[in-house]
Design a protein around this ligand. Sequence first.
Ligand code: SF4
Length: 435
Amino acid sequence: MAAMNAFSELRPPLDTDAALVEADRCLFCAGPYAPPPCAAACPVGVDVPRFVREIAEGRPLAAARTIFEDNLLGATCARVCPVEVLCEGACVLLHEGRRPIEIAQLQRYAADAALEARMPLRSRAPGNGSTVSVVGAGPAGLACAGELAAHGFDVVVYDAHDEVGGTVRTAIAPYRQVVDPLPAEREALAALGVEFRFGVRIDASEDLAALVDDSDAVFLGVGLGADRTLDCPGTELSGYWPSLEFVEELKHGDAPVVGDRVVVLGGGNTAIDVARESVRLGATRVTLAYRRTRELMPAYHFEVEEAQEEGVAFEWLAAPVELLGKERVEAVLFDRLRLGEQDARGRHALAPTGERFLLLADTVIGAIGQSAQPELLTWGLTHQDGGLDIDEAGRTRLPHVYAGGDAVNGGASVVQAVADGRRAAQAIEEDLCRV
Ligand code: SF4
């Protein structure tokens, strides 16, 4: 395995020669393979064979235009999409026993070339006089804002932070994207007509009411809130990190000193990310402990396999009881669990077996998910799981208020958030044009 460090990228970019060779392997599926399975597997339906052919013909900017037609955040998605279970997982070459086309790498090659050349993302339709406020500059909000701006709407995006990105900026580990395309994507969206107002927190129902009054429509792409708190004693010890703080530290270029033994608590993609980053930080014994079984882990299974190949060990059916240590964490005490009966929603009950065990640890990282943004509860827009309640087009219960992304689904892929933003933009356009 190539030497890794916390800041070395999982998949470095292709140069032009490598991109041409890779694009040339594509079958440009049509005929019996229509619609192309790669495009059908993409949540935003990027026309993969077309942009790959454009790369093969030596026209990366034309390829980028094709990508941006369906995905204005094509550069970010190329780095963080779980392509193994989307386009590349559907590639016919894979199903013929061959290596799938490296679609994400080709998309990155084309999209980065376009951003570097400051090529417009789209042409902008003449202004239609309608105004839309977008709350949250994460992928759902940016996609919605960009689509509407391209269709002639006046769009203002509000975000409490001082940069775009939302969860991509705060929760995606740096080994997935060393060169962050978000600032260039923000500039390209601004050139398309999107106005950004940073440092503005929309968290009171009066704030929302004011936006509804001032705009023809409001899109909520507010994402998720803070890390859920680990419910066991010892989290005050030094050496314990909530996962978002850990990733933030890494993104600031400050590699946390993790020591030899790291225990990660959680079973989602962020847990996998911080475990793999811990390996890159030099930990020699990284163990990920999850309450349920491997099959029930929310993380992508291919990523579990990749983490195992990198040396991450797993403890299934393990619940932390206490973090032990004097000032710094030294070990985690676990209950061994067993799966019980399934409830009506198919979730297994968990019960302790009576067995307890210890894992020694220099660092413990809690990655048990993020809670919903607390203000949503006061806006009366949530369903019983805390996500925003919407119809199939992204409309909430409030007139002229739409939503999408992690605040609705509790945390799915970045490309799904882009798809949500696009879908809501279409609904907004339909609804306002009907008026
Ligand atoms: Fe090319 Fe694979 Fe898509 Fe076919 S399925 S068009 S080979 S990327």
